[in-house]
Write a new protein. Structure first.
Length: 349
């Protein structure tokens, strides 16, 4: 190797200042074990969650994934792009997330490294052995802490996805179903899990956006078997069993002032959903098309998180699989919603 030490990076600095099995381990304020990187900044002081600035979130997140202080002298756009590549949402969105966790979960301490590890897992969907190497913890600890912080993010969903701030100007909102690929359930081999969208087993989620407010999600629910008809899930049951329709379904929770715009799958529920028809004017058709385009943009944002883009591989049985994929979906929805609200609206106006 031309006389160069194989453990050097950048300007010849050795990876990890205090080596333990090749990785730096320094005590970190706020808990957890520090890990040295090529720039010796993973052993830095962990910032406190309270009063944290978005700039501090950016700097800390980058330092965790190999971009130490001397590598953060580039332009802000490049720094944010690097940050998003590992975590997904913007630093401002994660700052907002930390604020919400502090407000609604005051009795639960936030370990910053573990929170960032969980957010990174949702975005990159690393296997636990990869996480153990990247984050410096054991596989079991990574698995347990990721599950804990994903659950904490999921718990925030009712606070960020709701109808509370619905503007009177919002008369129409797009609704559609998205499918997430899953490993086939050996405990329940059934055609109801088969998705026509990607010709493989999966589950579906129902999402509605607000076209008058950056595209923020007003509703997100699921999972249900991918073979379930969109209208059946919207109603909470089959057409001929109206007395059994679930009260938790969107049909029963939709504000009276709001009418939905859907594709042909929703034809048949004309009191709640409008589908594009030949009799509509060109202006109406264009409006509905833009709403549906917004909905697809939202789905793309959600599936930028590999935990929902790749085949979901977790779950000991069907019930456990549904619980875990639902938990991951809700956590991603929270992150996407905060990102839309702070920095990244679905449509630039």
């Amino acid at each position: 190797m031309s006389g160069r030490n194989k453990n050097t990076r950048g300007g010849g600095k050795t990876r990890g200042s205090n080596k333990v099995g090749g990785r730096g381990h320094a005590t970190l304020g706020g808990g957890g074990a520090g890990r040295g990187n090529g720039n010796n900044h993973r052993g830095q002081q962990v910032p406190e969650a309270k009063g944290l600035s978005s700039r501090a979130v950016l700097a800390f997140g980058l330092s965790l994934v190999g971009f130490g202080e001397e590598r953060q002298t580039c332009g802000n756009d490049l720094s944010v792009a690097r940050f998003r590549s590992f975590f997904g949402p913007s630093p401002r969105a994660i700052k907002f997330l930390i604020t919400l966790m502090t407000e609604y979960q005051p009795d639960d301490k936030i370990e910053m490294i573990l929170l960032f590890m969980a957010i990174s897992w949702l975005h990159l969907y690393d296997k636990e052995h990869v996480m153990a190497g990247r984050w410096g913890f054991g596989e079991k600890y990574c698995r347990e802490q990721v599950r804990l912080y994903v659950q904490r993010m999921q718990a925030l969903k009712p606070h960020v996805v709701n109808f509370d701030d619905l503007s009177p100007d919002c008369k129409f909102a797009p609704l559609d179903d998205m499918h997430v690929r899953c490993h086939e359930s050996r405990c329940d081999p059934n055609s109801t899990w088969w998705s026509h969208k990607f010709n493989a087993p999966g589950v579906g989620f129902e999402v509605m956006c607000n076209p008058t407010d950056k595209g923020l999600m007003l509703w997100a629910s699921g999972p249900h078997p991918a073979g379930t008809h969109d209208l059946t899930f919207f109603r909470g049951g089959k057409k001929k069993e109206q007395h059994l329709w679930k009260e938790t379904a969107l049909y029963h929770n939709l504000p009276d002032t709001l009418r939905l715009v859907g594709d042909s799958a929703y034809a048949g529920q004309f009191d709640k959903v409008t589908t594009t028809m030949d009799a509509h004017s060109a202006e109406t058709k264009e409006l509905f098309a833009r709403m549906k385009s917004m909905q697809e943009t939202c789905f793309k944002r959600i599936k930028d998180y590999k935990v929902l883009r790749e085949s979901f591989r977790h779950g000991k049985n069907t019930k456990d699989k549904l619980k875990k994929v639902g938990m991951s979906f809700d956590a991603v929805v929270v992150l996407v919603q905060l990102d839309i609200a702070t920095d990244h609206p679905l449509f630039e106006v």
